[in-house]
Design a binder for this molecule. Structure first.
Ligand code: ZN
Length: 64
């Protein structure tokens, strides 16, 4: 089960909060890493994936 502390209804529907930045998400856009939900930008930081149109420096990369 998902911890209620990590859920939000800020987006008008029940959804998770980003484990990295705390942004409210909807399940459709949440990306799971190590059983935690992340927004797309945090997912990019964690995974090292980058958008073709918006390259950016990756810092604090978790290598686990
Ligand atoms: Zn985030």
């Amino acid at each position: 089960m998902v911890d209620a502390e990590k859920l939000s209804i800020a987006r008008g529907q029940l959804g998770p909060k980003c484990a990295s930045c705390g942004s409210p998400l909807i399940f459709a856009e949440a990306l799971v890493i190590d059983s935690e939900y992340h927004c797309f930008s945090c997912y990019e930081k964690v995974t090292g994936a980058s958008s073709a149109s918006e390259p950016k420096e990756v810092s604090g990369l978790r290598m686990d």
